[in-house]
Structure formats: structure tokens, C-alpha cells
Write a protein that binds this ligand. Structure first.
Ligand SMILES: NC(=O)c1ccc[n+]([C@@H]2O[C@H](COP(=O)([O-])OP(=O)(O)OC[C@H]3O[C@@H](n4cnc5c(N)ncnc54)[C@H](O)[C@@H]3O)[C@@H](O)[C@H]2O)c1
Ligand SMILES: [Zn+2]
Ligand SMILES: [Zn+2]
Length: 381
């Protein structure tokens, strides 16, 4: 008789606004290029909330978690760069390392793994997520970034899976050059990382727009100018502060679930419209905030099909450029790791909670409500 499969605890999606801790099968090596990682830290992401709220095609039963780090527990026979005991962090988007886009450094658009991007995310590949005790990492030599041994910088390194590179990417997509001014819409983890990246990269002024006070305070702490859009129109406030002068670059770190100033009504085009108003002619927009081709909970039938209306005529008139899409984490993560090691970057200022995996259900609830200062939650299985 075969031995019963080993099991582990994992965060499983039950239905909108409900996740549970369940015993599930422990992952196995399925291909020679796989490794199994014993997870030490796995983060909850704003992107998880789109699934949590039932705003994607995510089906009940999937294991969440695409921001994972830990210790290599088992290696497949084809793995050459990693060994048991290595400390590693994985990009949120799994990539093969050998298709056209991967070869060109566009690992977020891997055509081999797609349709699909990250593990533990709807429409992001067949890989179970890492909000669990163990996670399988395919194409491990390509996807696992080696970290210094030990436990130092655990919080900072965990953010290399997604939000630190994604914030940096948002600034990159905007065409930013040192000395320029930047506005970042959204002071969630991604927005705060974009603002922090702009500061690290030598921006002259960085404005950060949100309505959550704890988040705006974090932006202020790193030397940015907080703009509370629940008080008055964000663009009006910024132009007033600047004597009417527009900013050079803008980053959308909000995406399709943007709201009106009172936070009550969703307005998927709110941030795009504001960016087009506030960025100077021939400036640039970086749009890491998520937009989806279909949205089961959209406020109108056009948005349900991913049609977002915004003033394209004005965008054209101003000669603005824009860049969108998921972050090619591999383009940045080893350099950002080295900035952390050298002490020049400490992105963990954004972390608000370190919790055991067992507290995931309540952590999702509070993070979703953006209450009790829940900004970035790290789970420890
Ligand atoms: N491109 C990528 O690779 C990538 C990676 C990770 C996350 N994302 C996306 O980035 C976005 C932000 O992620 P997050 O984790 O920071 O999410 P989050 O939900 O924690 O933060 C979004 C913030 O935007 C604020 N907001 C809402 N409407 C606004 C408006 N009109 N103006 C200004 N601020 C507004 C909210 O108050 C909230 O604080 C999400 O859409 C997420 O899916 C993209
Ligand atoms: Zn994420
Ligand atoms: Zn590929």
C-alpha cells in the first residue's frame, strides 16, 4: 500500500471574502528543473485582493501566494546553480528563461509559462502559490535568486519577489531621469515602493496621492509630499503647490479598482485621467497598477470587458508616452538585493505586520478593508 501523501498547511481560497487554512498535499519535484522551497516568508499582495474580492476568474480551492522566499529543501536532478540549504527569493512571475521574451529580459511575458504569469494567481500559470509551508519552483535555476545565508534582511528580501522591483519598474516605465519630479497615485505597497525608488534614483520632488492616512504618513517619512485626495482634487492640489507647473513623470500604482475621493465609488479611469492632466507635455506615465481584460465586478458594461475610457486626445496633444504591464522582476531583483545588502535601500519600512500563516484569514480581511494600519503583511509558515 502506498504511503499516504505528506501534507502541509496552506492558504486556500474558498469564496469571495473568504480564505481558510487547509491541509493540502505537499508539493513534489515534478520535473528535473524543479526545486521545493521551505517557505520562511510569504507576503499578502494588493493583487491577491482582486482575487479575494471575487474580481477575477479565480476558482475556489486555489492556493494563494506569489511573493515567496525560503530555504531550498529539495532539488531536481537538472538543477545546477542551487543546492539544499540555499536561501532564495522568487519573482512573482514564473518564467522559463528560454523563450523569446525571456531571452530579451521580458520575463513577465514568458510565452512558455503563459497564458499565465505568477504562481498562486489566477490566470498566471498552473502553479500553486506559496502561502503554505512549501512551494514548488519550476525552472528553478532561472527563477530562484540566491540570498546571503542567515536571517538578516528577511523583510527587505521578501519584498524582492514583487513590490520593490514593481515600484522601481513603475518609475522606469515612466521614462524617469534623475532630477525630475514624479507623482505616484496610490500609497499602497506598490505606490510606496515606486515613491521610494524615485527618491533613491534622485527625483527632485515626489508627490504621493492616496486617502489612507497611515499610508500617506509612510510616504512623508521617506521624504515625499503626501496628497490626500479625499480632501480635494489631487491634481488641483499638486498644481497649486507647484504654482501651476505640471510634473515630469507620473506612476499609476492603483489600477482598475481606483475610487472617487470618498472611497465609495469605483472609477476605473480616475487615475489615468488625473495623470494625463498633471504630467507635463512630452512627459511619461508608468502604469504598473493592474488593468484586466475582463472584470466580473466592474461598475459598467464597458469596464467589464476591460474598456476604460480616458482622454486619448489630450494624451496625444501632450505627446505623452506610457508604459504598462507586469514587472520583469528578473531585470531588477539582483541589483535591488545588492542595494539592500550594501545598506543603501531598506524597503521594509513599508511592512506593517509580521504574522504566523494561521492568521491569514483575519489578515486578508483587515488588509482588504485597509484598516488597523494594514499596509504590507508578511506571513511566516
Ligand atoms: N505591474 C505589476 O507587476 C504589479 C505587481 C504587483 C501589483 N500590481 C498592482 O499594483 C496596484 C497596487 O498594488 P498595491 O499592493 O499597492 O495595492 P493596494 O490596493 O494596497 O493600494 C492601492 C492604493 O490606491 C489607493 N487609491 C484608490 N483609488 C485611488 C485614487 N483614485 N487616487 C489615488 N489613490 C487611490 C487606495 O487607497 C490604496 O491605498 C494593484 O492594482 C496591483 O494589482 C501590479
Ligand atoms: Zn504581489
Ligand atoms: Zn520564457
Amino acid at each position: 500500500m502506498a504511503a499516504p501523501a505528506a501534507t502541509m498547511k496552506a492558504v486556500v481560497y474558498d469564496k469571495p471574502f473568504e480564505v481558510a487554512i487547509r491541509q493540502v498535499e505537499k508539493p513534489q519535484i515534478l520535473h528535473p528543473d524543479d526545486i521545493i522551497v521551505k517557505v520562511t516568508t510569504t507576503c499578502i499582495c494588493g493583487s491577491d485582493l482582486h482575487m479575494y474580492e471575487g474580481r477575477t476568474a479565480a476558482q475556489p480551492g486555489i492556493i494563494f501566494g506569489h511573493e515567496n522566499m525560503g530555504i531550498v529543501d529539495r532539488v531536481g536532478s537538472g538543477v545546477t546553480l542551487l543546492k539544499v540549504g540555499d536561501r532564495v527569493v522568487m519573482p512573482f512571475n514564473v518564467a522559463c528563461g528560454r523563450c523569446l521574451n525571456c531571452e530579451e529580459g521580458k520575463s513577465a511575458f514568458c510565452t512558455h509559462v503563459n497564458p499565465g504569469f505568477a504562481g498562486g494567481y489566477v490566470a498566471m500559470g498552473p502553479y500553486p502559490g506559496g502561502q503554505a509551508e512549501y512551494v514548488r519552483v519550476p525552472f528553478a535555476d532561472f527563477n530562484a535568486l540566491i540570498l546571503p545565508p542567515g536571517t538578516e534582511h528577511e523583510e527587505d528580501f521578501a519584498l524582492l519577489a514583487d513590490i520593490f522591483p514593481t515600484g522601481w519598474h513603475g518609475v522606469e516605465l515612466s521614462g524617469f531621469r534623475p532630477g525630475e519630479s514624479v507623482v505616484v497615485f496610490g500609497a499602497g505597497p506598490v505606490g510606496l515602493m515606486a515613491a521610494y525608488s524615485a527618491v533613491l534614483r534622485g527625483a527632485s520632488d515626489v508627490y504621493v496621492v492616496d486617502r489612507v492616512v497611515e499610508r500617506l504618513n509612510k510616504a512623508k517619512d521617506i521624504g515625499c509630499i503626501p496628497i490626500d485626495f479625499s480632501k480635494a482634487d489631487a491634481v488641483d492640489q499638486i498644481l497649486k503647490l507647484r504654482g501651476g507647473k505640471e510634473v515630469d513623470r507620473g506612476v499609476d500604482a492603483v489600477g482598475y479598482q481606483a475610487t472617487s475621493g470618498d472611497g465609495k465609488t469605483e472609477q476605473p479611469n480616475a487615475v489615468l485621467e488625473a495623470l494625463i492632466r498633471v504630467v507635463r507635455p512630452t512627459g511619461g506615465l508608468g502604469i504598473p497598477g493592474l488593468y484586466v481584460p475582463s472584470d466580473p465586478g466592474a461598475p459598467d458594461s464597458a469596464a467589464a470587458k476591460g474598456y476604460i475610457s480616458f482622454p486619448f486626445g489630450k494624451l496625444f496633444e501632450k505627446g505623452l508616452t506610457l508604459g504598462t504591464g507586469q514587472c520583469n522582476v528578473k531585470t531588477y531583483n539582483r541589483y535591488l538585493r545588492d542595494l539592500i545588502i550594501s545598506g543603501r535601500a531598506k524597503p521594509s519600512f513599508v511592512v506593517s505586520h509580521n504574522l504566523p500563516l494561521s492568521e491569514a484569514p483575519s489578515a486578508y480581511h483587515k488588509f482588504d478593508k485597509r484598516i488597523d494600519g494594514y499596509t504590507k503583511v508578511l506571513l511566516h509558515p
